[in-house]
Design a protein around this ligand. Structure first.
Ligand code: IGP
Length: 264
């Protein structure tokens, strides 16, 4: 069983528990009653590098990263640095995230918020929307073709935007074929947890200029940002480097400036 399979079995158990407590019909109603999702594509399509800054306490690859006693304060610091969106891990077992973190961040900032989880059931999409998410993550490696297009359609129906995550050429082709507008290349292989920053560069051209290209994982320095920006990244998704940084506001501003220099 790969790490990804293992994580997803835990996600399904937790999901079954929530669904037993709060029926889908209630979650649907809460989603319908929530303030509408913010549009995100115009900001991602702007000229400047977009930074998706992540609230992440722990990961299966690195263990504990940061305590983050106040996710709202961290999110506010990210927004102050110019983050285009804030990603909040809600998976509990491996990442020590929660829907409470999502609520706290949602209440604290006006920028779009991504619910970062392993989306495998319709329930989670309504739940994401009910908790104020503007974006959700769709991991191509975890979904069949029919599921991928159904979930993309459901995301759009709920007014949200999907970040469609890939790691291989085949996954990029599947993301493009299904019409994804926001495509991430994860430099980390979720089946082995190995990170190779060159993964993005190897797949960027395959995505082509039609979709917004997001370089995800393993980005730590201005030099890393310059590398992926020069390879066509419109956006970066950064977790560890920011949660461990003493001044995440300055770090994000520095990343944006580094991309600007790399493209000039
Ligand atoms: O902490 P990093 O190396 O900057 O990575 C952030 C983000 O890309 C990573 O958390 C991530 C990318 N795709 C995921 C899917 C599930 C969980 C986590 C992830």
């Amino acid at each position: 069983m790969s790490v990804l399979d293992d994580i997803i079995s835990g996600v399904r158990l937790d999901l079954a528990e929530r669904a037993a407590r709060v029926p889908l019909s209630d979650v649907r109603r809460a989603a319908a009653d929530a303030a509408p999702a913010r549009p995100v594509m115009p900001a991602f399509r702007s000229d400047a590098l977009s930074v998706v800054a992540e609230v992440k306490r722990k990961s299966p690859s690195k263990g504990d990263l940061a305590e983050i006693p106040d996710p709202a304060a961290l999110a506010a610091a990210y927004a102050a640095g110019g983050a285009t969106a804030i990603s909040v891990l809600t998976e509990e077992r491996r990442f020590r995230g929660s829907l409470a973190d999502l609520d706290a961040v949602r209440a604290a900032v006006d920028v779009p918020v991504l619910r970062k989880d392993f989306m495998v059931d319709e329930y989670q999409f309504h739940e994401a929307r009910a908790h104020g998410a503007d974006l959700v993550l769709l991991i191509v490696a975890a979904l069949g073709d029919a599921q991928l297009s159904d979930f993309l359609a459901l995301t759009a129906e709920l007014g949200m935007t999907a970040l469609v995550e890939t790691h291989t050429a085949e996954e990029v082709d599947r993301a493009v074929a299904v019409g994804a507008e926001l495509i991430g290349v994860n430099n980390r292989n979720l089946k082995t947890l190995d990170v190779d920053l060159a993964t993005f560069g190897g797949l960027s051209e395959r995505i082509g200029p039609g979709a917004v290209r997001v370089a995800e994982s393993g980005i730590f320095t201005a030099a890393d940002v310059a590398t992926v920006a020069a390879q066509g990244a419109d956006a970066i998704l950064v977790g560890e480097a920011l949660v461990r940084h003493g001044d995440p506001t300055a770090a994000i501003a520095g990343f944006i400036a580094a991309a600007e220099r790399a493209r000039a």
